[in-house]
Ligand binder design. Structure first.
Ligand code: BG6
Length: 469
């Protein structure tokens, strides 16, 4: 055998072509069959557009949606389980049997359709009752409750589910504590919550691997690739530090099983002392991820700006601002279409953790799609998908171990920041911000395009549509 690595020239034949959603953004059925309230449900009650009561009503469309997945040719479907459907108060003595039955029905339907379930254990919908009981993630009790919930899922669904995502976008939760119900938390409580989530994840990973040695389990990481504004070492270092603080910290803790030195330096800078126990170090080492989900949407350019806080990154670094490169197409919400950045990002993750299996668990284009008769001509999304799949294939040819691609989102669903107006779906859902729609499903042009991608293993993706800058 040659010492020179053999490189594939295309996606492997068993590549997991998929699509993603999350529970609170798509299920609706807010008070149905014993479901409790999550922090997202509580926040939505105060929001003019973030209404979790019905959304895309996926709860009542299981069979229709799985049939659409089958027709699309999906080999995998990434979705999340609503913790509060299983334990309405987060840590009830007994699980809610109706909640378990719902997910059994969904998983059975997927498996029957030959679609591999990829399950997110916790996606932005922390049980509000745990915040009320003891302050949620800021309290170490939260570790026990998450692990208990995760173990129940492994026991209930472990025969059919072998791909698990522990926590969706940990760093966003750490940097926007209101999303965990910790709006008024002090800096120390925020970091403690961050730490407790890491510890809970490690313990859950160890428990999962003990029950199913073949399971792939790891976090779904928010990976926004940062590029320096200037070619100065100061700007290059700035963009690297931002990326470490926002994306790599989650990957490093999960994959390496220890807290990175750049994190220790930040804690020291901010005068924060974490409450830890001596046994935690072993727990981190024993609970290492063997797979990473990457939520990758766009590249961002940050530059120095004394005294300004960038949107969403408040508190991480207060001396930077975001800059939109006018040469790169931008969505209305300032996310660009810069597909080469995806290949660059994947190479960097591959360099850091060679051969680790990676799955793109989110990647998508937001738009205000409109119905045109029975069609939705979402040309910009087709362009985005074409170019990102083109570059993803380049990454496969580079030798990056990518096992699947799940664009966000399968159906239109509730955007975290902008309700139902900001659409990402391959399938249009007739729904609006006032929850007045019929929830009828209409496949968009991007659905037909992606159907061809899957059927031909991407042979229809022949050239980039946006010329790289
Ligand atoms: C990711 C989340 O942050 O981005 C999803 O995992 C979210 O839940 C997606 O919907 C897009 O963000 P937004 O704010 O447009 O919904």
């Amino acid at each position: 055998m040659s010492i020179v690595p053999t490189l594939p020239d295309n996606f492997p034949s068993d590549f997991l072509w998929g699509a993603s959603t999350s529970a609170f953004q798509s299920e609706g059925a807010l008070d149905v069959r014993g479901k409790g309230r999550s922090v997202a449900d509580i926040r939505s009650a105060d929001s003019p557009f973030m209404d979790t009561r019905i959304t895309s009503d996926a709860y009542h469309h299981v069979e229709d949606d799985v049939a659409l997945m089958k027709e699309l040719g999906l080999r995998t479907y990434r979705f999340s389980i609503a913790w509060t459907r299983i334990f309405p108060n987060g840590n009830d003595e007994q699980p809610n049997q109706d909640g378990l039955a719902f997910y059994h029905r969904l998983i059975d339907a997927l498996v029957t359709a030959d679609i591999t379930p990829v399950v997110t254990i916790f996606h932005f919908d922390y049980p509000q009752a745990l915040v009320d009981q003891y302050g949620g993630w800021a309290n170490r009790q939260s570790v026990r409750d998450y692990v208990r919930y995760a173990k129940l899922l492994f026991t209930e669904f472990g025969k059919q589910v072998h791909h698990w995502l522990t926590i969706n976008e940990h760093s966003l939760l750490a940097n926007v504590p209101a999303m965990n119900g910790l709006k008024d938390a002090t800096a120390t409580q925020r970091e403690q919550a961050n730490y407790n989530m890491f510890l809970a994840q490690a313990l859950a990973i160890a428990a999962c691997r003990e029950m199913d040695a073949d399971a792939l389990i790891g976090p779904a990481v928010s990976y926004m690739t940062n590029l320096p504004y200037d070619h100065t070492s100061t700007d290059v270092l700035l963009s690297k530090q931002l990326e470490d603080d926002v994306a790599f910290i989650t990957m490093d803790v999960a994959v390496r099983g220890e807290l990175p030195t750049y994190y220790a330096r930040r804690l020291a800078r901010d005068g924060i002392e974490l409450a830890t126990e001596p046994e935690d170090a072993v727990a981190f080492k024993n609970g290492r991820a063997n797979f990473l989900g990457l939520n990758w949407y766009a590249t961002s350019i940050f530059r120095r700006a004394a005294g300004k806080d960038p949107r969403m990154l408040k508190g991480v670094m207060s001396n930077v601002e975001r800059w939109d490169d006018p040469r790169v197409p931008q969505s209305r919400w300032h996310f660009n279409c810069d597909a080469v950045g995806l290949r660059y990002a994947l190479q960097r993750v591959h360099d850091r953790y060679p051969h680790l299996p990676l799955m793109i668990t989110e990647c998508g284009w937001a738009d205000e799609d409109v119905l045109d008769g029975e069609r939705v001509h979402d040309e910009r999304r087709v362009t985005y998908l074409n170019d990102h799949i083109f570059q993803l294939r380049e990454a496969v040819r580079d030798g990056v171990n990518i096992i699947g691609f799940c664009p966000w989102s399968f159906i239109d669903l509730l955007s975290v920041g902008d309700g139902m107006t900001k659409r990402y779906g391959l399938v249009y859902v007739d729904q609006d911000n006032d929850a007045k729609g019929s929830c009828r499903r209409i496949p968009k042009d991007s659905y037909r395009f992606y159907q061809q991608v899957i059927a031909t293993n991407s042979r229809n993706v022949t050239a980039m549509r946006v010329t790289p800058v």
